[in-house]
Design a protein around this ligand. Structure first.
Ligand SMILES: Nc1ncnc2c1ncn2[C@@H]1O[C@H](COP(=O)(O)OP(=O)(O)OP(=O)(O)O)[C@@H](O)[C@H]1O
Ligand SMILES: [Mg+2]
Length: 112
C-alpha cells in the first residue's frame, strides 16, 4: 500500500505522515517513509537522532531512476537498482523500525 500526504502549507502533512508511519510500523507493517519536501524534515518528525539526520544523504533521483515508455506511450520511471540497495545506501532506520529516505532537498534556484 502506498500513501501520499499532500496539501496546503503548514496544515500538518509532515506530522500526520510521521504519525501514520509510526502507527503502521508498530502494527507490524514494513514502513518506508519517503520525504519529498524540498525542505525535508520528515526524519525529525519520525524521531531520528540528530546524528542520523546529519548523515542522511539525498537520494540522487537522476541516478536511480530511468524513464520508461510503454507500448501505449505512457511514461513512467523505473528503478535502476533494487529498492533495498537504495535503502542501504541512502536510508536510515528510525524508532519503530520506520525506514526513511530523503528524496529531494534544496537543489538551487529553479531546480527544486
Ligand atoms: N493536529 C495538530 N494540532 C495542532 N498543531 C499541529 C497539528 N498537526 C501539526 N501541528 C503543528 O503545525 C505545524 C505545522 O505542521 P507540519 O510541519 O506537520 O505541517 P506541514 O503541512 O508538513 O508544513 P509544510 O507545508 O511547511 O511542510 C507544526 O508546528 C506542528 O507541530
Ligand atoms: Mg512538511
Amino acid at each position: 500500500m502506498r500513501i501520499a500526504v499532500a496539501g496546503k502549507g503548514g496544515s500538518g502533512k509532515t506530522t500526520m505522515a510521521a504519525t501514520l508511519a509510526r502507527i503502521f510500523a508498530r502494527q507490524g507493517y514494513c514502513v518506508n517513509a519517503l520525504d519529498g519536501d524540498p525542505n525535508p524534515n520528515l526524519a525529525a518528525a519520525l524521531g531520528l537522532s540528530d546524528d542520523q539526520i546529519s548523515r542522511l544523504r539525498r537520494v540522487p533521483r537522476e541516478e536511480i531512476f530511468k524513464a520508461h515508455v510503454d507500448q501505449d506511450g505512457d511514461n513512467s520511471l523505473r528503478l535502476t537498482r533494487s529498492f533495498d540497495d537504495v535503502l542501504n545506501d541512502y536510508g536510515a532506520c528510525g524508532p519503530d523500525n520506520v525506514n526513511v529516505l530523503m528524496m529531494t532537498g534544496l537543489l538551487g534556484a529553479g531546480k527544486g
